[in-house]
Design a protein around this ligand. Structure first.
Ligand SMILES: Nc1ncnc2c1ncn2[C@@H]1O[C@H](COP(=O)(O)OP(=O)(O)OP(=O)(O)O)[C@@H](O)[C@H]1O
Ligand SMILES: [Mg+2]
Length: 350
């Protein structure tokens, strides 16, 4: 009887351990404290000061995806309160939770008005435990304007016991009166050297060996989004297991990211330059069958033409307009094949 119990227990523990192992790398390597957040020096330095002085304004974090906004606030709350007290002092709501006006009126307001729970002696010794709670409204740009309006009074009324942290990608979608109540922290796209350090760290921890230039390729493809970069590294390393090669190569990375390989893009550009309509149509028909995403073709053609010194400004202007127009049409859900053909023919006619 006793043995059965203990073996049962052991199985449970094994399960949680393997769960930890199987976590996606983005979660496994989510910064656990503020020091691990790379590149966002401004935000991190200011927030570190609050760890010492224990006063915190309402905050608004904004910036592109995968730059560390959610990670930063989670790391801050952990460092402020420790794992135990966090449960009673922090309310986190994100886009997966209903955050319409009724929730703001009830759940948020009720939590905001609560008096702060007392920290245990143990927590007090280890963490600053400032005398307020924190409400994190992640992905706040998806909240309706009404729900945001309803927050205005709540933020002011309970500011003695509650601080708000709003997080969004697009600051323009936060109504002005809310934005003006908060200290704003801009999270910038990670530049290559910072992101590279973190990516190399993850690759080393997971013993992934990469060919020269493969990590650089991952960073180019993910354009400043570290989440995308780490995910791509994980998928590339999985692919490596299947193909039996021992290194992650740039080609695999491109393949996984759905980017058109340079030689194929080169062929497309050559066909455009030839201005031979029949050849262009035949090539695009074939090209479309390979299933490249139209948006990625546009962005790569953009890089090719606009970044090159071989074309004059007037030509680049016209190309930009055509690319912009096609991009807008694709976003509206038009037929990719037709748009691609139209795009290529228009460029060849310039
Ligand atoms: N500055 C950073 N330092 C270290 N790791 C980072 C950083 N930014 C992103 N990451 C990695 O990317 C993952 C996602 O980051 P996070 O959730 O903080 O992004 P976010 O800015 O909140 O993005 P979104 O706007 O899409 O919610 C983290 O788990 C972490 O692995
Ligand atoms: Mg986030």
């Amino acid at each position: 009887m006793f043995e059965g119990f203990s073996s049962n227990k052991r199985r449970k523990v094994d399960n949680t351990e393997s769960k930890e192992e199987n976590k996606p790398w983005v979660e496994k390597y989510r910064p656990k404290n503020l020091d691990e957040v790379t590149a966002q020096d401004h935000a991190v330095n200011v927030l570190k000061k609050t760890l010492k002085s224990a006063d915190l304004p309402h905050m608004l974090f904004y910036g592109p995806p995968g730059t560390g906004k959610t990670s930063t606030i989670l790391a801050l709350t952990k460092e402020l309160f420790g794992p135990e007290l966090t449960k009673s002092r922090v309310l986190e709501l994100n886009a997966s939770d209903e955050r319409g006006i009724s929730i703001v009126r009830e759940k948020v307001k009720n939590f905001a008005r609560l008096t702060v729970s007392k920290p245990s002696k143990n927590d007090l010794e280890k963490y600053p435990c400032p005398p307020f709670k924190i409400i994190i409204l992640d992905e706040a740009d998806s909240m309706t304007a009404d729900a945001q309006s309803a927050l205005r009074r709540t933020m002011e009324t309970y500011s003695s016991v509650t601080r708000f942290c709003l997080i969004c990608n697009y600051i323009t979608r936060i109504i002005d009166p809310l934005a003006s109540r908060c200290s704003k922290f801009r999270f910038k796209s990670l530049d290559e050297s910072n992101a590279m350090d973190r990516l190399q760290y993850v690759a080393k921890q997971e013993s992934v060996i990469c060919e020269d230039g493969a990590l650089e390729k991952i960073l180019i493809v993910s354009s400043g989004d570290l989440r995308k970069a780490i995910t791509l590294l994980q998928s590339s390393s999985k692919l490596r297991n299947y193909t039996g090669t021992d290194k992650v190569t740039s080609k695999q990375v491109e393949e996984l990211a759905g980017r058109v390989p340079n030689d194929i893009l080169g062929e497309l550009v050559e066909k455009i330059a030839s201005k031979d309509l029949d050849a262009i149509i035949a090539y695009v028909n074939n090209f479309a069958k390979s299933g490249w995403s139209g948006v990625s073709v546009i962005s790569q053609l953009h890089d090719y033409y606009i970044m090159s010194d071989n074309f004059d400004t007037a030509f680049k202007n016209r190309i930009s307009l055509i690319l912009f127009d096609t991009d807008a049409k694709l976003t509206n859900g038009t037929n990719e094949h037709l748009q691609l053909l139209n795009l290529v023919v228009q460029i060849s006619n310039i």
